[in-house]
Design a protein around this ligand. Sequence first.
Ligand SMILES: [Zn+2]
Length: 122
Amino acid sequence: MNIFKSAWNNHCPRCREGKIFTEPLVISDPLNMPENCSVCGQRTNPEPGFYYGSMFLSYILSGFFLLGTALLLVFYFGWTANQAMVFVLFLAAVIYLKILRVSRSIWIHVVVKYDPEATQVK
Ligand SMILES: [Zn+2]
């Protein structure tokens, strides 16, 4: 599995098989992570405050995605600014949880190296 697919699907960055979030998702606690990866034992929270930076990542991801969508709707499809704003707010609500989790996932994928043998060690 390549790093993009692994990060998008919230897999463990070390073995790329285990999951870094508790599933199924509970709406009241969307960031609940198990202590360690169930396959290779990689810690999902390597140090206190580790995911602080992923907040900026989620801001950048959602900002550019929603801005791009709004600009496309207004200048390519000829929507009014108000129509585009309503759609973008709706879209933001729909993608909120995905962006939230995927930004944490990308963050840990940047820091933790892939180790193909991690699955066999256990
Ligand atoms: Zn793992």
